[in-house]
Ligand binder design. Structure first.
Ligand SMILES: Nc1nc2c(c(=O)[nH]1)N[C@H]1C(S)=C(S)[C@@H](COP(=O)(O)O)O[C@H]1N2
Ligand SMILES: [Mo]
Length: 521
């Protein structure tokens, strides 16, 4: 009996989510409880946990979050089912409480009262199902020999057991199965319809990118040294790291997209996609990096970005003299605070619409995002961007700054060893050590390699394409048998990067990448 009650609670909860998914097709994907609650958890996850999740699960962190939420939901729903009785609706009250909370969060996520509907209607369906299933279980309970039957009364137990299969259990199991089927059907239908309705991939495939004012010059032959195992100079869209807080990739169509520039400006400006089309874009190479990139990590990539100069767009609105920050907002409520000076000092800060010759991939911000050379993504690279709010650092606080990260995030000079890779054993003799080095908007002036605490020796560098992109480096080494420690470090015009190790929080990791390898004899 207890098991049936637990299962009833779980299928009733599944019905809540299934019906909610279906209603969310009309109320907006952001309002589905699974998404709205997940997004709220993401927004309130403590720094340490977030860092641990990113470093442990990488880009699967979102799947892990949903799995954890699923486990919690199953446990809570099972308990609610277990305590529910026809004349004691404790489980239903728990469902109702969940529904109210999810409705409030759904409405606020969707930005409209309609966002409450998925949770409310879903919960109503779930409570009806839980009540109906509980009534059947309670009605059958005496016949099924509930725990109230004294164990010593053998005849009573025997009678009730025999009645179990025939009278009581079949309608209960039927009800549970029907509820489950309905829940899964509604959920799948909601997902399919919602996906078809909002998916912008088809639209993206039809976007014809404008040509830049001047085409990018061809890369110098030595920009990419093409060493086996070494990261290519250009990162393909497929290989490009993805970091964001979005549990559902925002689907923003060019028709609905606009960029509003407001706040401390002379005149508010709203640009539609067609307004952009009347302007001429530029194309630039910029290496984007995440502040959460650990030493030797891969949350960094170099792409060719097509976009409109942010300094020109801002000039149309006319920032007031007291402004010193631009808070850029995305459709999903995320934001970044960028120093106004970084957007207007002449560097190639772009409102990007193209990445490596294609419209922005949807997960990289389609149809438009910011790319600012020299600044970590969390303070600059807003994807799905629709608003530039000109403001001041002492008035506004951006998403990650509220969560303990630095308000300002210039990219720190860094070095990565790509080859040889750690752990494996390598043969003795001539060995190519190679990697990448970056100091966006300052430029890499040199890379040095150290073997076993010996002297630092200069590596060979790829040709500098721009100070906004990384450079490859190569060092030839005659590997001798035994264990060796390899370190690398870079310099920018201000000097050699710091050897002091620091974690990614609050403004980026520092320290030299170190590799320990075994050389065979
Ligand atoms: N809307 C939105 N934009 C965002 C983020 C986000 O969470 N939401 N994350 C930022 C961070 S922390 C980084 S490092 C870059 C990563 O961009 P990519 O995913 O295209 O590599 O996007 C930035 N833009
Ligand atoms: Mo980031």
């Amino acid at each position: 009996m207890a098991l049936l009650r637990v299962v009833a609670g779980i299928v009733a909860a599944a019905l809540v989510l299934g019906v909610a998914e279906l209603v969310a097709v009309f109320a907006g994907a952001q309002s589905a409880p699974a998404y709205a609650l997940g997004a709220t958890v993401v927004d309130h996850t403590p720094d340490g946990v977030r860092e641990w999740a990113i470093q442990t699960f990488g880009t699967s962190d979102k799947a892990v979050l949903f799995a954890c939420m699923g486990v919690v939901a199953v446990v809570v729903a099972g308990l609610a089912g277990l305590v529910e009785r026809t004349d004691r609706a404790i489980g239903s009250i728990a469902f109702g409480a969940f529904g109210v909370v999810a409705a409030v969060i759904g409405a606020s996520r969707a930005g409209s009262p309609a966002g409450a509907l998925p949770a409310l209607l879903g919960t109503a369906a779930g409570i009806l199902a839980l009540r109906a299933l509980t009534r059947r279980i309670d009605a059958a309970a005496p016949a099924l020999g509930a725990t109230t039957v004294p164990a010593s009364d053998d005849s009573a137990v025997t009678v009730s057991r025999s009645g179990a299969a025939g009278v009581g259990r079949r309608p209960i199991l039927g009800g549970i199965a029907a509820t489950g089927v309905f829940a899964v059907g509604a959920g799948l239908a909601g997902r399919l319809l919602g996906g078809a309705r909002s998916n912008v991939s088809a639209e993206r495939a039809t976007v014809a990118l404008p040509s830049p004012a001047t085409p990018l010059p061809e890369l110098p032959p030595e920009a990419d040294l093409r060493v086996p195992g070494l990261t290519p100079y250009l990162t393909s869209n497929r290989e490009f790291y993805r970091i964001d807080t979005a549990l559902i990739v925002p689907q923003v169509s060019t028709d609905s997209w606009s960029l509003r520039i407001h706040g401390l400006v002379e005149r508010e400006v709203v640009l539609s996609w067609d307004d952009l089309a009347r302007r001429t874009p530029v194309e630039r190479l910029v290496t984007l990096a995440c502040v959460s990139n650990p030493i030797n990590g891969d949350l960094i990539g170099n792409a060719r970005w097509l976009g409109y100069r942010v300094d020109e767009l801002l000039a149309e609105a006319g920032p007031r003299p007291e402004a010193d920050m631009v808070l850029s907002h995305s459709t999903d409520g995320w934001n970044a605070g960028t120093p106004l000076s970084a957007l207007t000092d002449g560097r190639d800060a772009l409102l990007a619409i193209g990445m490596n010759g294609e419209p922005l991939p949807v997960e990289h911000g389609y149809p438009a995002r910011l790319v600012v050379p020299g600044l970590y993504g969390y303070v600059s690279a807003t994807k799905w961007v629709t608003e530039l709010e000109v403001t001041r650092f002492d008035r506004a606080t951006a998403y990650w700054t509220r969560r303990g990260w630095s308000a300002r995030g210039p990219i720190k000079t860094g070095t990565r060893i790509d080859t040889p890779r750690g752990r494996g054993r390598i043969p003795q003799g001539r060995t190519t050590i190679a990697g990448v080095a970056w100091a966006q908007h300052r430029g890499i002036t040199g890379v040095e390699v150290q073997i076993d605490n010996g002297d630092w020796q200069p590596a060979r560098l790829s040709t500098e394409v721009s100070i906004d992109t990384w450079r490859q480096w190569v060092f030839e080494w005659d590997a001798t048998p035994g264990q060796h420690t390899i370190r690398a470090r870079s310099a920018d015009p201000a000097g050699t990067q710091t050897a002091v190790g620091q974690d990614v929080i609050p403004d980026g990791a520092t320290g030299y990448p170190t590799l320990t390898i075994q050389v065979r004899d």
